[in-house]
Design a protein around this ligand. Sequence first.
Ligand SMILES: Nc1ncnc2c1ncn2[C@@H]1O[C@H](COP(=O)(O)OP(=O)(O)OP(=O)(O)O)[C@@H](O)[C@H]1O
Ligand SMILES: [Mg+2]
Length: 302
Amino acid sequence: MTSVLQVRELRRSFGAVTAVDGVTFDIQPGEVVSIIGPNGSGKTSTLNLVSGVLSPDSGSIALAGRRIENATVEQIAEAGLARTFQNGRVFGTLTVAENVEVGAHSTLTALRPLRGLANVPVLRWISLLAELAVALLPTRAARSEQRRLRADVDQQIERFSARLGPRKSDPAYTLSYANRRRTEIARALAPQPLLLLLDEPTAGMNQTETAEVQRQLAALKAAGQTMLLVEHKLDLVMALSDRVLVMDDGAVIADGDPATVRRDPAVIEAYLGRRRERPARADRSDQSDRLEETESRVGETV
Ligand SMILES: Nc1ncnc2c1ncn2[C@@H]1O[C@H](COP(=O)(O)OP(=O)(O)OP(=O)(O)O)[C@@H](O)[C@H]1O
Ligand SMILES: [Mg+2]
């Protein structure tokens, strides 16, 4: 069986800081793998390397057997990877439906003829002209693709129907924070990605909102969606994950099923030892809450 994702000896430094230090892991089809670890341990940098936002200093990444460590963000998206961002990113002036539609863009063929040229700097305008021509005089294939696109968008919004359904035509800037994050997840799912990366999907959400997103992610997992999740809320991580990677100072210090990782002395030390050495970073006000939560959770097992 080909792994959905195969990461080998991935490294990336920023000056003197080695953000990702020899990270190796695999994700099999249908698996949910989570990365946990203290602030600054390299979780987001790992997602940025996998999604092409950053390029690695060394190491390899394969998506469904295809090497992507030197590919662009667009090429990686077209190869089947979608992601959400730690701080949440939606287009404020676009409606909820339009935001989700943007997510499906990488799957279009009839509406985006010559899209291969879009990655070639000098020839990019030819593919834009072709898109414009199809928009003005839609071919039969383009009309049918447009209908499919609308159906896909509705299907993604339906996942969050109680929250996003009534707001489908509202601009994203009018949404609550939690609804913006739901819109972002719906947009990431629109292209039906092989692999979905989620960076702290419940950050800033209250308990009820977090529980709701957890149920939605569990439903996605039951439907077979492969996911790589970065999350600080350990209850959610333990409930959803088939495997948990623990990062500290750029390296993976533990990798196993949730119950094993939770008992791992190196993990307990990474969370609790760190806290004794230096206090929570002042720029992350929610960090102390997370560590309190971690301490009580880890405390249950020691
Ligand atoms: N673009 C960048 N330029 C310089 N340093 C960076 C950059 N991105 C990340 N870093 C550094 O790399 C290290 C890892 O950061 P990263 O954002 O990956 O951590 P994280 O585990 O996602 O943390 P958090 O839980 O706070 O989101 C940190 O020391 C961070 O300051
Ligand atoms: Mg991060």
